[in-house]
Design a binder for this molecule. Structure first.
Ligand code: MSP
Length: 514
């Protein structure tokens, strides 16, 4: 089995401060990267910043600084966010790095050599906010009567000399590619949208600009800079060493296993990008997953409404693991979701404090009090004990198949089924009553529970790394015994192991009514 996994986030425009949307995309990739590493994969997890183009140039201008100084500053904010959220990326790429210029120019030459680039002139609509060209019939009328893009972005008329990519010639090959790779685009509904878009016919794509110069120069023609999306998409190959196709990382990790993106940028990733890569004669990525968008208390998030959610503030208010859990659990991954204070507090108090936290806390406290703070020695397991232990053992397989489809919410739900089952088992077995009546049976019950919690805490690591580590510390599970192998190789808690005094891991969130 090929145990390598390459996952990427979009690279973020450095026109603005990071917000919940950025944190969400990277969080999903982080959970997946952590999951795969624990599952024995050699993982390469990439994120970074998209620093060229008109949008960034304009923001730098508005800030009154040179674009490079501006991008250095804003790019750092994205790194700081990644640190604050404990993201475990292996590389952070910036498109203003020399390694990236080299990669972009190389891919351009390959497209040119393949006969897929020609020089012409573009006359049409462009939306700087989306960095996208639009056909007349795609536009709508805005509230003030002016033309706007389907995304709501204002458009401007552009007329300039431009190189084109022969995208029109790629429609059939793309459709064949989608057919041969049915999971290339997920979720399925998004796949259908892309397929019907391509079936509608593709126009050649303008891939260079001449009216500003914040970008990668087109090789052989200094008048042109590369279209920012061709530049940006190429980052996924730059980071693994391209254009050096003998580079160790490139050989190991290209083609990427997963490009995680928001639904708004699916077309660039699922249509343009595989066409560019295949035209360049290189292997196309294996999957693009388009997730949904968050609203804030029911409202579209926008700067003009002043309701942008700062992920750092969320972490300050609710805690990092709590935010990570909420974002991945609340919404079926792929759908849109609504962020609300009520919803996150609800999840914190019911799923985390009442279900998971309470399970760990009451079991570990009973062990501490009644078993001399040592893992108790179990006697013969009854049918009830085995039912719980078997359920715990079966979760990894379920979570694995959910994670392979990026169904984070279902992976978590599979874990929670066993958490709730464990709580029901505690209530049914009532170990506190056994203390006097049948201490040997109490030991077996508490052992069964502690062993189940070991499974659960190993499995929740990708989602809530810190809290899971604290539970595993309390069970004295060593750092070498925290990977998923330890759930499948017959490992188990050793009776007699001395345990530290338990501490609650998921406090209840108490609303401040003041
Ligand atoms: N620079 C391009 C990507 C180039 S990738 C080769 C870009 N950058 S972005 O900063 O505008 O957006 C990055 C991601 O944030 C997208 O995946 C987008 O979907 C996501 N989100 C932005 N707002 C969002 C929400 N309100 N909710 C969820 N995600 C959203 O596009």
């Amino acid at each position: 089995m090929d145990k390598r996994y390459y996952v990427t986030t979009p690279i973020y425009y450095v026109n603005d401060a990071p917000h919940i949307g950025h944190a969400y995309t990277t969080l999903a990739c982080d959970a997946l990267a952590r999951f795969k590493r624990l599952d024995g994969y050699d993982v390469f997890f990439l994120t970074g910043t998209d620093e060229h183009g008109q949008k960034v140039e304009k923001s730098a201008e508005a800030a009154g600084v040179a674009p490079q100084i501006f991008t250095d500053r804003v790019s750092q904010n994205f790194r700081d966010l990644a640190d604050a959220m404990d993201f475990t990326h292996d590389d952070f790429i910036r498109t203003t790095e020399p390694r990236h210029t080299q990669a972009c120019q190389d891919i351009w030459r390959r497209l040119e050599d393949a006969g897929d680039i020609y020089l012409g002139s573009y006359a049409g609509w462009y939306a700087v906010r989306d960095e996208a060209f639009y056909a007349e019939d795609e536009l709508k009328k805005g509230p003030d009567g002016s033309k706007i893009a389907p995304t709501g972005a204002p458009v401007e008329w552009v007329e300039e000399p431009s190189y084109f990519f022969r995208l029109s010639a790629w429609a059939d090959r793309l459709l064949k590619f989608y057919e041969e790779n049915p999971d290339f685009i997920l979720p399925k509904t998004r796949r259908n949208e892309v397929v019907s878009f391509v079936k509608g016919g593709l126009m050649d794509l303008s891939i260079s600009r001449t009216t500003f110069n914040w970008g990668v120069p087109v090789p052989g023609n200094q008048e042109h800079i590369m279209y920012v999306w061709l530049d940006a998409l190429t980052n996924y190959m730059t980071a693994v060493g391209y254009p050096d196709r003998d580079a160790e990382l490139y050989k190991k990790f290209w083609p990427a296993d997963l490009h995680m993106v928001g639904k708004d940028i699916l077309r660039f990733h699922a249509v343009y990008w595989p066409a560019f890569v295949m035209a360049a004669g290189l292997p196309a990525p294996k999957r693009v997953f388009a997730h949904g968008w968050w609203t804030n208390e029911g409202e579209k998030i926008s700067k003009s409404l002043g309701n942008v959610i700062d992920p750092l503030e969320l972490v300050d208010s609710y805690g990092l693991d709590q935010v990570r859990y909420f974002l991945l659990r609340e919404v079926p991954f792929g759908n849109d979701g609504d962020f609300s204070r009520r919803a996150i507090i609800g999840r914190m108090n019911s799923d985390l404090a009442n279900d998971y936290g309470n399970l760990a806390q009451r079991v570990l406290s009973m062990v501490h009090k009644n078993c001399e703070a040592r893992v108790p020695a179990p006697g013969a397991f009854t049918e009830d004990d085995n039912r719980l232990l078997d359920a715990a053992k079966a979760v990894l397989g379920q979570v694995r198949s959910k994670m392979d489809l990026q169904a984070f919410h279902e992976a978590l739900e599979a874990i929670w089924v066993v958490i709730r089952q464990s709580n029901a088992y505690v209530d049914a077995q009532a170990p506190w009553k056994l203390r006097k009546e049948d201490p040997a049976r109490m030991n077996t019950v508490l052992y069964t529970l502690a062993e189940t919690i070991r499974h659960l805490a190993i499995l929740t690591q990708p989602f809530m790394p810190d809290a899971s580590a604290r539970i595993l510390d309390q069970l004295v599970v060593g750092s070498g015994a925290r990977s998923f192998a330890a759930l499948e190789d017959g490992s188990a808690l050793a009776a007699g192991t001395e345990l530290p005094k338990p501490l609650g891991v998921f406090p209840r969130y108490v609303e401040d009514d003041a």
